[in-house]
Design a protein. Structure first.
Lengths: 421, 506
């Protein structure tokens, strides 16, 4: 006798625990692989999962084994040319198992162990220990908006919400229920009436009486109202608080002549990280790209990173534009606003104090966070000095210098380090 | 093929259904019974591909304790499966009573029938009959024991921390291959007994260990002759057993965990020794049972074509000179050998009469039963590998001596070479030769309490690079310095490896 059991709907992911343990155990190696991986990615595909490879020797499970050497005698199949006593050359080491390689086949493969991290795991590892600054306001803002959801039916409500099917179904049930005893009685009486009419004839007194009784009962049934106020059912809707899930990110970049492709690509990496980081917290993010030399312009991503301009630099032009866009499009208070500015620090001398004032008075008060990175190998310039004043007075303003590509990640971590308060 | 009693064929849908599985199973069971296959009751479980990967990762068992290494196996299985580099095995079968066979939902009806014949009748009867399985494993108790192990280890994790337990398991896993009794007969497992005895054992073992060390200082003055005495008196081949019983510093729960790993290692030991026989046996029976059903008219031609295609893939033996050669395919060798034994019984040639006087012309079912019950790969090949199979496989043996510049063909499939090839192949399946032979040799009772292992070198084969890691694991379990020395064939002894642990206050 056989027992056939369908296990397909049993708990899946039995190995999930073991997988987690594996991840925890090799966190160090995995994290290193993750930060290597980010170096080689472009802004568009950074959002997917990642193949992580770890040298397999790091995660081997050692056992007592034979090494290579000594005498081994092994049987093979498919002899097509050998006779006893033949001497043949050793196959080149590492080349195919065929050709009579009788070295120990128990040696560990030296290849890397490669496996796939899904997007969440990848980002979690990537942004581990990082925290979005100033989440407080976002959480308060969460209670402001409500969304109306269906939630079954209720007995009262406004006429516009009457659910006809439900109401009529209720009415039908009520009519059946209230009428049922009368119907039963009618059936009994009807039988009696038929018998009597047969026996006594149509005009007999008893027959008349029964017919009248039936008529009275029918009238009572008729009197049951077709629909009553009890029957009414209303669609129920409840309000569910809707978390604020929208954020806008301003990418402000200097594209003057001194910003070469390499600096721009460094900036791009930085914006990319910020974007990914925000994506973990917010469902929807709008990105506004503003580039500037002496005048600012709002552009799409392609233009932002790839077109080249030349000329002088007036940083305040971009900040003015950012201020205006915030006021026009994102002024409702429902938006979490993040700003990131990248520049080589070169600015028209008289403009820098103006930038500081703009940020101080009209931008920082509306921003969750504003990060400035200066991409330059040289000495800090006037803009940096002006901004340093801001750093002291605003907690939501941060600035860092990046000298080369390798600094991006550490700097990013520095900017968004989990605060211990 | 002539069909004597044509039956209405079973529906040959490629989609399976529970009714169809039941119908096919009924016929397969009937034919298996005609051939006298003795099996545990069957339990067929339908699972998804993902569950199959889960089962892979926990070495095929339906329950197992948690450990990162299973996660690692899961990841690598998942990766190769998703990339299409690997099909999942059609089946996993568990040596338990009732015998659990997994069918994957993606498979066609033909494959399900093949798996039922292969696993639920082939493997199942082998598990029930073969002496190794009868001696070493207890089909009635294994699932219960694993449940016990899982909850015990989970408890330990709760009490002593996941990390602590994980490190301990790592060390135990490193010694798994030398954690089995190869010759001694084991006690049967029983869930109830295990639990009952576990606590007593904890207390008792701890007291024993303490005793061992406590008396030491007083023995300093005894006669020196006695200090020559080794401990253990006889070398111990089961390292995990020795650790469990004698490691001085382990806590009782740690001993229990060592024991669990040891029991699991022991449970899988027979499987590692009967691959050719067991897979060959199961393959022979799925082939024979389904062909019988076809002859009786139950199976449609389309069914047979699909079945034969899978079967042929399974028993393919690539020759030595193609890149996908991976040595002798145990399915191919096993299947050919069982087929050949049947041929020797039914249609012996003169050669067979000379080589196998006992079985040539005998009743094949009886011969099969005897062979299945009483052999393991090593002895099975030594006993039954016939010249015909060696010729069919065109076998040849290569000797690789690192001192020689060239390889030597030591034997081929001719009259002079048959016995040599058979000997070499049998040796190849001898686990004792394949794995290094290592024993617990001595504990320095009155000195630094160091533990010395002895490796018996065989044919100048050195130990691999992993030993230093294994020795570190061993040192962690033992708690004091451990050494590994090699006994050369000429009788000299060489210290190979030493993992030191210094302790002021044990």
């Amino acid at each position: 006798m056989v027992r056939i059991i369908d296990r397909r709907f049993d708990s899946k992911k039995k190995s999930a625990v073991n997988r987690q343990r594996f991840m925890r155990r090799f966190k160090h190696q995995i994290r290193r692989a993750v930060s290597d991986a980010i170096g080689g990615r472009s802004i568009r595909d950074v959002d997917s999962g990642e193949n992580i490879s770890i040298p397999s020797k790091d995660l081997s499970e050692p056992q007592f084994q034979h090494g290579e050497g000594g005498v081994w005698e092994t049987v093979f199949s498919g002899n097509d040319r050998f006779s006893s006593g033949d001497r043949i050359n050793r196959p080149p080491p590492g080349g195919g198992q065929g050709g009579g390689s009788s070295a120990s086949n128990e040696g560990e493969g030296e290849d890397d162990f490669v496996f796939q991290l899904n997007r969440e795991e990848f980002l979690d590892l990537f942004f581990e220990d990082l925290e979005l600054p100033n989440l407080v306001r976002t959480q308060l803002a969460q209670l402001v908006e409500y969304k109306s959801h269906r939630a079954g039916f209720t007995n009262d409500g406004v006429p516009a919400n009457i659910n006809i099917i439900r109401s009529l179904r209720g009415a039908l049930g009520r009519r059946l229920a209230l009428g049922a005893p009368h119907w039963a009685e009618i059936r009994e009486l009807q039988e009696e009436l038929d018998e009597k009419r047969e026996a006594l004839g149509e005009d007999h007194e008893e027959v008349q009486e029964l017919a009248e009784k039936i008529a009275r009962l029918r009238a009572r049934i008729e009197a049951i109202p077709f629909i009553d106020s009890y029957d009414l059912r209303y669609n129920n809707r409840v309000k569910v608080p809707k978390p604020t899930t929208s954020a806008v990110m301003f990418c402000v970049m200097d594209v003057s002549g001194s910003m070469d492709e390499e600096k721009k690509s460094t900036a791009k990496r930085f914006f990319m990280l910020l974007y990914l980081f925000l994506l973990r917290t917010y469902e929807r993010i709008e990105v506004v790209f503003i580039r500037h030399h002496t005048i600012a312009k709002e552009v799409d991503e392609e233009d932002f990173f790839h077109s080249r301009e030349s000329g002088g630099t007036v940083v305040s032009s971009a900040l003015v534009m950012m201020r205006d866009i915030i006021r026009d499009r994102y002024g409702s208070g429902a938006w979490n606003i993040y700003g990131a500015q990248a520049s080589d620090g070169d600015n028209w001398e008289n403009d820098s104090p103006q930038c500081r004032e703009l940020l101080d008075a009209t931008i920082l008060p509306f921003c969750q966070y504003f990060a400035y990175i200066e991409i330059t190998p040289g000495e800090p310039q006037n803009l940096w000095r002006e901004y340093q004043v801001l750093q002291a007075s605003h907690a939501n303003f941060a600035m860092q210098r990046i000298e080369n590509m390798g600094d991006i990640y550490p700097v990013f971590r520095e900017l968004f380090k989990k605060s211990l308060i | 093929m002539k069909r004597e009693t044509p039956h209405k064929p079973l529906p040959a849908n490629s989609e399976w259904s529970f009714e169809l599985i039941d119908a096919y199973h009924k016929e397969i069971a009937r034919v298996a019974d005609d051939f006298g296959l003795d099996t545990y009751p069957n339990q067929v479980e339908i699972i998804t591909a993902e569950q199959m990967m889960d089962a892979y990762a926990s070495v095929g068992m339906p329950v197992n304790y948690n450990h990162w290494s299973f996660g690692k196996h899961f990841l690598s299985t998942e990766k190769s499966y998703k990339r299409g580099q690997m099909g999942l095995a059609y089946e996993i079968v568990i040596n338990s009573n009732p015998c659990i066979a997994y069918l994957m939902e993606e498979n066609t009806m033909t494959m399900q029938a093949l798996v039922i014949a292969h696993a639920a009748y082939g493997h199942n009867s082998f598990f029930k009959g073969n002496y190794l399985f009868r001696t070493w494993t207890n089909a009635d108790a294994i699932i219960d024991y694993l449940l016990f192990a899982r909850s015990y280890i989970a408890q330990c994790e709760e009490r002593y921390g996941e990390e602590e337990v994980e490190l301990l398991l790592d060390s135990c896993h490193a010694l798994m291959s030398v954690g089995v009794d190869r010759y001694k007969r084991p006690a049967k497992l029983s869930m109830a007994k295990e639990q009952l005895r576990q606590q007593e054992r904890e207390a008792y073992m701890q007291s024993q260990v303490n005793q061992l060390w406590r008396t030491l200082p007083f023995q300093e003055t005894r006669a020196t002759a006695e200090s020559e005495r080794r401990f253990p008196a006889e070398p111990e081949e089961n390292l995990l057993y020795f650790i469990e019983k004698h490691a001085p510093l382990l806590e009782p729960w740690q001993r229990e965990v060592v024991r669990i790993v040891r029991k699991v290692a022991q449970y899988f030991f027979p499987q590692r020794q009967t691959q050719v026989m067991n897979e060959g046996w199961a393959t022979f029976w799925h082939y024979t049972l389904l062909n019988k059903l076809f002859d009786e008219g139950y199976l449609a031609d389309s069914f047979m074509l699909e079945f034969l295609q899978s079967h042929t893939n399974v028993v393919m033996q690539p020759p030595y000179n193609v890149p996908w050669h991976r040595g002798i395919n145990p399915y191919a060798l096993g299947f050919s050998m069982w087929q050949d034994i049947r041929r020797i019984c039914e249609h012996p040639t003169d050669e067979d009469r000379a080589w196998f006087p006992d079985i040539a012309g005998s009743n094949w079912l009886e011969t099969f039963d005897f062979a299945m019950r009483n052999f393991k790969d090593e002895s099975f090949v030594a006993q039954y590998l016939s010249p015909k199979v060696m010729r069919d496989f065109r076998m040849f043996a290569i000797e690789d001596d690192e001192r020689e510049s060239k390889l030597r063909v030591s034997a081929i499939h001719d009259d002079l070479g048959f016995r040599r090839i058979r000997e070499v192949l049998s040796e190849q399946y001898n686990l004792g030769n394949r794995e290094p032979y290592i024993q617990v040799w001595n504990v320095d009772l009155r000195g630094d309490r160091s533990l010395t292992l002895r490796h018996h070198e065989h044919k100048r084969r050195p130990l691999g690079k992993t030993i230093d890691q294994v020795m570190k694991h061993l040192a962690r379990l033992w708690g004091f310095t451990v050494r590994l020395e090699t006994l050369k064939p000429d009788g000299s002894i060489e210290l190979l490896q030493e993992a030191r642990i210094e302790r002021r206050d044990p």
